[in-house]
Design a protein around this ligand. Structure first.
Ligand code: NAP
Length: 275
């Protein structure tokens, strides 16, 4: 089973490694892979109205399972994030997922279409209606985070889902410290840089060497490095079951010397990156 940690203010212990569902190519394979992941304890499942067909596949994957053992997250598009639009988008996501509530509902990103406060007001309504347990955001910088947190009032901001991989560690400069200080979980997306490619050159060799020494694979070491902070959760996407099995082995504590080697090989450059 995957180790868990407390997810921001939710009171829920959530597995460090969950599952992403963007850009599914083979829906049948993706469904199998999701089920394998759920059986392995990767029960934090991330989807979005943007990911055409993905919510339906997730709905199939969780059908027949105990709903309270799944940590289900979906997202509203910024163009739909008016007060009424957010309520409508949530209803549509729930219908596609075949469930009565989301554990966290995220504003996918802020493009200025609607005031953040208006979207968060809708989130508050959805919480009061029992359609979502918590509100969250994605791709928010610290100013946007502060605005969302304050707009939510009595409701708590659960998480900020952000780009985080070995070549994009910018959140460590400001977003991650802000979230830690404010008790907000950080969910790192695209931990393999999205396209499944792999670091090459000197840095890639350093990663391979660490993996060899520890008897792990480079991808497992990548996940372990990115999840080293106790506020961070990761949602790698894999529609090949063997990839899911490999990734499930990536929730472990790296020794100090391995952390130092990787920190040097993949230096942090400040600033929030956006896919
Ligand atoms: P990712 O998880 O960094 O990489 C996915 C790619 O890595 C796929 O091609 C996958 O292949 C491959 N892969 C996974 N495990 C592997 C393994 N063990 N060995 C070899 N290849 C492996 O990319 P992502 O999909 O961009 O990010 C993850 C999730 O984050 C998304 O699915 C989505 O849920 C979320 N996300 C959110 C945002 C946002 O704006 N909030 C943006 C991007 C992503 P196969 O599929 O063939 O197994």
């Amino acid at each position: 089973m995957i180790p868990t940690r407390r997810f921001g203010p939710t009171g829920r212990d959530v597995p460090i490694l969950g599952q992403g569902t963007w850009q599914l190519r083979d829906k049948a394979a993706a469904l199998d892979a999701l089920r394998v992941g759920l059986d392995l304890g990767m029960t934090h499942v991330d989807t979005a109205e943007l990911y055409t067909g993905s919510e339906e596949v997730v709905g199939q994957a969780i059908a027949g399972r105990k709903r309270d053992e799944i940590f289900l997250v979906s997202k509203v598009l910024p163009q739909h994030a008016s007060y009424e639009g957010t309520l409508r988008a949530c209803d549509a996501s729930l219908a596609r997922l075949g469930t009565s509530y989301l554990d966290v509902y995220l504003q996918h990103w802020n493009d200025g279409s609607f005031p953040i406060a208006e979207t968060m007001r809708a989130m508050g309504t959805l919480i009061d209606q029992g359609k979502i347990r918590f509100a969250g955001v994605s791709n928010f910088d610290v100013d946007e985070l502060a605005e969302a947190k304050s707009a939510l009032g009595k409701h708590r901001l659960a998480c900020n889902q952000v780009l985080y991989h070995l070549g994009a560690r910018g959140i460590e400069s400001d977003v991650l410290p802000w979230c830690k200080k404010n008790g907000v979980a950080v969910v790192g997306y695209s931990p393999f840089g999205s396209r499944g490619g792999f670091p090459t050159g000197k840095a890639g060799r350093a990663l391979e060497e660490v993996a060899r020494r520890l008897g792990k694979t480079p991808r497992q070491v990548t996940l372990a490095f990115l999840a080293r902070d106790e506020s961070v959760f990761l949602i790698p996407k894999a529609e090949k079951s063997e990839h899911v099995r490999e990734n499930a082995g990536g929730a472990f504590a790296l020794p100090k010397d391995a952390l130092a080697t990787l920190d040097e090989a993949f230096p942090m450059r400040p600033g929030l990156s956006f896919l």
